[in-house]
Design a protein around this ligand. Structure first.
Ligand SMILES: Nc1ncnc2c1ncn2[C@@H]1O[C@H](COP(=O)(O)OP(=O)(O)OP(=O)(O)O)[C@@H](O)[C@H]1O
Length: 655
């Protein structure tokens, strides 16, 4: 079959350009990526062979082999794993399926400096393409297990690649790099040096469960005049040598493993190039024995909230890799946790369906979730900065657990923190959130509830009229801006015996007993004074609101709209509607501020004209007040043009 030439998909081309122009300074990591892919391919083959008897594949000596050729300046990483079919090569190597890629590339282009770019690429990882940091040509020869023909893929990374069918390819994949010239200033080392390779395998891939062997180097031609090729330290080993210890880190005791080793395992599992934020170890002894090594990443991945996001827990059974993305082991709200769980007493043939129903697995799931939550709790006191990073990255997803994990609800509330009126954001815009415990400790005398308000942003919430009395009285309010906040506040009754209460719902009743008594007397008088206006307005606006009443939450604004204590808020109703759940319209309550000149003026005008005189102007004023209250809380008018027309007419009269 002739050689075909294909073009890289646009994103792939852009990414390759960045690799060629080396935006990432630590070029050594290309080897980690190739070994990691090879190891995955071996895992896949072992599993497939186990499940499919008809797969004619040799699984007797699964391994990874690294071969260097000093003369040709090439490095080959070879595995006898699952391999790729012709179509898989085109699909997996020529395109980038990751949905976050376009966004990532955009951010990368906008990154202000090299270290910002490194940070980004570290979060994303680019796998196979990282070869182009050290090579000016990459060739991949592969044959899928069970297929007879192989495929050769080659590219210089410049926009196109070639593909040809090969008859006698061995099963598995060999990636050969034609190395760029050594340039130590640019941290581009001599990757034909067996010593360098050994060092890199030890550093990045020691824990890989398959042997990584260094092939014997082809015999060097006789030494040149300078005798360089025979320099003692560069003598190649004659026999294949296994470079990694293959020890499963999770099975070793804590003091035997360095942090660096844990970090490299994390990078292998997660495809993240950064170190994790936290390493969690768990050893369960007894009737159902297992070991877990879990990692909390330092950054939330781009696709954490997308459908189909894969959970990062790998299941092993007695050191044998069984599956990625083992959803039975971690609840959805902890889907950002990566790691390995190795169980001793499961069958190698265990399926996802069986796992979902297995009681032992359910117990393991509960124990792992609890362990992650307790680790976060400890982190809060032992390392508040680390906790702050964790919360900023994963708080949104953790809060989903308040709705789904009743057993751990209190634990999740205990590790949650929220933006608050108590502390403004720092100069660089970072929130300084508070825990509920801290909130409760600061509660004023006579304050019974934990007050919050939901909204689009801190600014929108702070400007809402609902906040006025709370601000005036110095009562702290939690500012909840995540979509999930709308939902959990309705579902979670209390923290530490204190109920959650929206400042935009129900009646407010603030202050000490004495203040409350005083306010009541004052309110009695106002009620009498305004009774006529309130009942007239209630009737006038009956299509839109269920009641018009006097407010005790306003100090500056003339009016605001509130919901009844148990009503669904408009934002939540909109969310349900967006998910296709019909929610009937609920009328809300219009509250008037009797101390505002507009409201007292309206009352006066209403009393004067009550004797049956023309009421149209007043009716329009009532409508405008309602519209203003709606706008002030960030709501949308049902008929903006009518609102503008009425407003313009009134403005005109003032000129
Ligand atoms: N040695 C190999 N054997 C079999 N398949 C491979 C091999 N190397 C790569 N692949 C296939 O190509 C895909 C793309 O590899 P690549 O390294 O670019 O990305 P990845 O490993 O999926 O993720 P990441 O970019 O985070 O490393 C892999 O998911 C795998 O399916």
């Amino acid at each position: 079959m002739p050689t075909e030439t294909f073009e890289f998909q646009v994103e792939a081309r852009q990414l390759l350009q960045m690799m060629i122009h080396s935006i990432y300074s630590n070029k050594d990591v290309f080897l980690r990526e190739l070994v990691s892919n090879a190891s995955d391919a071996l895992d896949k083959l072992r599993l497939e062979a186990l499940r499919d008897d008809s797969l004619h594949a040799d699984v007797s000596d699964l391994h990874i082999e690294i071969e260097v050729d000093k003369q040709a300046r090439t490095l080959t990483v070879r595995d006898n794993g699952i391999g790729m079919s012709h179509d898989e090569v085109v699909q997996l190597i020529g395109t980038i399926a990751n949905s976050g890629t376009a966004k990532f590339l955009k951010e990368l282009k906008e990154a202000e400096n090299a270290s910002a770019a490194e940070g980004l690429i570290g979060q994303f990882g680019v796998g196979f393409y990282s070869s182009f940091m050290v090579a000016d040509e990459v060739t991949l020869l592969t044959r899928r297990a069970g297929e007879s023909q192989g495929t050769r893929w080659a590219s210089t990374g410049e926009g196109t690649y070639t593909i040809e069918t090969v008859e006698d390819a061995p099963q598995g994949t060999a990636v050969t790099l034609r190395l760029k010239p050594e340039d130590t200033e640019d941290r581009l080392y001599d990757y034909t040096s067996p010593w360098k390779i050994k060092e890199l395998v030890k550093r990045y891939s020691d824990f890989i469960t398959w042997p990584i062997r260094m092939a014997a180097e082809p015999p060097a031609p006789s030494a040149d005049a300078d005798g360089e090729a025979s320099a003692a330290e560069e003598q190649a080993p004659r026999e294949p040598e296994t470079l990694n210890s293959m020890k499963a880190l999770w099975a070793r005791s804590r003091d035997e493993v360095t942090d660096d080793e844990y970090h490299e395992l994390y990078k292998h599992i997660s495809h993240d190039w950064n170190n994790p934020l936290e390493v969690i170890r768990l050893q369960a002894e007894g009737t159902f024995e297992y070991q877990a090594l879990l990692f909390i990443p330092a950054h939330a991945p781009q696709d954490l909230f997308m459908q189909g996001y894969q959970r990062g827990i790998q299941l092993y059974v007695k050191r044998v890799f069984i599956m990625d993305d083992c959803e039975a082991l971690m609840p959805p709200y902890l889907r950002f946790v990566k790691g390995v769980v190795d169980a001793q007493d499961l069958s190698l043939n265990v399926s996802r369906e069986i796992l979902q129903q297995d009681r032992q697995i359910q117990l393991m799931h509960r124990r792992l979730a609890k362990k992650v939550l307790s680790t976060v709790k400890d982190m809060m006191s032992a390392n508040p900065e680390r906790y702050a990073t964790l919360w900023a990255e994963f708080g949104r997803v953790l809060k989903e657990g308040l709705l789904s994990d009743f057993d751990n609800r209190d634990a999740i509330l205990g590790i949650s923190s929220f933006a608050t009126t108590h502390s403004a954001p720092t100069e660089d815009g970072k929130e300084q959130p508070t825990t509920l415990r801290q909130y409760v400790e600061r509660m004023k005398d006579g304050q019974e509830h934990i007050f919050y308000l939901t909204g689009e942003s801190r600014q929108a919430i702070e400007n809402s009229p609902h906040m006025e009395a709370f601000r005036a009285k110095g009562i702290e309010v939690l500012l909840l801006t995540d979509p999930v906040d709308e939902v959990w506040v309705d579902a979670v009754p209390e923290f530490d015996g204190k109920q959650f209460r929206s400042v935009a719902k129900g009646e407010v009743d603030l202050g000490t007993e004495e203040e409350k008594k005083e306010a009541e007397t004052e309110r009695g008088k106002q009620q009498e004074e305004y009774a006529g206006l309130l009942s007239w307005m209630s009737q006038q606006l009956s299509e839109t609101v269920k009641e018009v009443r006097l407010s005790s939450r306003l100090t500056v604004s003339p009016a605001c709209i509130v919901s009844d204590a148990h009503d669904v808020t408009p934002a939540l109703a909109n969310m349900y509607r967006a998910m296709g759940q019909p929610i009937p319209e609920t009328k809300r309550i219009l509250e008037l501020n009797p101390t505002h000149a507009l409201v007292s003026g309206l009352n006066r005008a209403h009393t004067e004209r009550a004797a049956g005189a023309e009421q149209t102007g007043l009716a329009e004023a009532a409508e405008l007040i309602y519209g203003m209250a709606l706008l002030a809380e960030g709501g949308e008018l049902s008929d903006p043009s009518r609102f503008v027309k009425l407003m313009a007419e009134r403005l005109e009269r003032t000129l």
